[in-house]
Write a protein that binds this ligand. Sequence first.
Ligand code: SF4
Ligand code: SF4
Ligand code: SF4
Length: 206
Amino acid sequence: MTQYGFYLDTTRCTGCRTCEIACRDYKDVNPDIAYRKVYDYEGGAWSAAEDGTYTSTAFVYHLSMSCNHCERPTCVSVCPTGAMHKDAASGLVSVDEGICIGCGYCHMACPYNAPKVDREKGHSVKCNGCSERVEQGKAPICVEACPLRALEFGSVEDMAKRGKVAAIAPLPEPTYTDPHFFVRQAPDVRPAGTFDGMVANVTEVM
Ligand code: SF4
Ligand code: SF4
Ligand code: SF4
């Protein structure tokens, strides 16, 4: 078995959303839903010195994320029909749309807010890792689209050589589901569980 995962270089990602838009186009995603989303995380302040000069501690970084095709996916464990499942060969997690009843349990159980229920279609939807492309030896569309080459996809062994398991704000601690999402951390990146910054685009990523 080859467990696949994603890697993001946060020193390269500019938050341009090309990955997100490419996914939307390729997967024909409902405009209210995103399989891949980009967090803008920012914080810091200006401080005035007695001599009238100002110092800035402002920071911002961008975090492009889809489903993390976790080792222990809570979306799968709560699904009452078996529609949400983890592929035995690739480790990619996807939903069988013909079985899904649209109950939304997977949406509520995922700490990364990845699955959504498409009310028009009547079932859950999410990133499948572009498994139909991966089976043909191709990379996911989001990875191919990134103009900064900040996103990569491959075996977790290869991704782990590039970065560490994502344990950065605003994500939860990775201990909950063991996500297969690895990042190279920019100097300004804050650790998971800290709150000295904020998500600046909350409405967009919900
Ligand atoms: S990120 Fe969420 S939807 Fe994806 S496998 Fe993990 S628990 Fe499931
Ligand atoms: S792997 Fe495919 S489905 Fe998943 S976010 Fe990338 S383009 Fe979208
Ligand atoms: S396309 Fe690349 S640089 Fe742009 S937001 Fe996505 S990962 Fe970041």
